[in-house]
Design a protein around this ligand. Structure first.
Ligand SMILES: [Zn+2]
Length: 231
């Protein structure tokens, strides 16, 4: 009994196997980057284990500016490492900023596709909007089916408003220069039926109400156009 107590009192987080420590630090990172940085400062072992790719892949970016205004070498190299490790939030932000500001369009789409494929709802939403704007029958269909798929999905339906708000917030912070957004507003609904004529901003719940897939996408496009500076 005495030995067991002695053993217990000697147990420390540092005695855990590396895989378990790595799992703990990944969870810490995914809830708070600040807590991760504190953990790194604790000791050499925690600093080493927290340098694993999986930690960079899952770390939360909630405390980082959407668009960093001031160049900070430490922040840039941290975000670069996160991007190399396929952190979906970093891929989403980079993809949106690069595509809308008309920098590296192809790699911007790759970033968004990679994030969307890993289940990042914001990236899937942004891709749907971009495909519809870029247009051509095939891409437009792909965009409509992405947005409609989200609205029909039991899990993602409730996320659509948040995705829309997040994209609008990001667009208000950058200089949208991609010429596809200066084109006439694309129209998704090809049917001749009565549709809502109210212009954005309307109550956000209205966007969810359209039963016609095309009209629902047109309402999303309207919401995004309203966040573009020159429309
Ligand atoms: Zn319609």
């Amino acid at each position: 009994m005495a030995n067991e107590q002695k053993g217990l009192s000697g147990t420390s987080i540092l005695s855990l196997p590396t895989e378990v420590l790595s799992e703990v630090l990944t969870r810490v990172a995914s809830s708070s980057s600040t807590d991760l940085f504190w953990a790194k400062l604790c000791c050499k072992l925690l600093n080493e284990v927290s340098d694993a790719d999986i930690v960079y892949q899952r770390v939360s970016l909630a405390k980082f500016e959407l668009v960093p205004w001031h160049k900070n070498h430490k922040v840039s190299s941290f975000l670069k490492k996160c991007r190399q490790c396929k952190n979906p939030d970093v891929l989403y932000r980079k993809g949106v900023v690069d595509f809308f500001t008309d920098k590296h369009g192809d790699s911007a789409l790759e970033c968004l596709e990679e994030a969307a494929n890993s289940g990042h709802a914001d990236a899937a939403y942004a891709l749907g909007i971009i495909y519809i704007f870029v247009g051509g029958d095939e891409l437009k269909r792909k965009g409509i089916s992405l947005l409609s798929g989200m609205k029909k999905s039991g899990i993602l339906k409730g996320r659509v408003k948040l995705c829309r708000d997040n994209l609008r917030a990001l667009l208000r912070m950058i200089w949208v220069k991609n010429p596809v957004f200066a084109n006439p507003t694309p129209i998704c609904c090809a049917m001749t039926h009565e549709r809502k004529t109210s212009s954005w901003p309307m109550d956000a719940d209205d966007v969810e109400e359209s039963t016609c897939e095309g009209c629902a996408c047109d309402e999303e496009i309207g919401a995004i156009c309203a966040a573009l500076p020159y429309r």
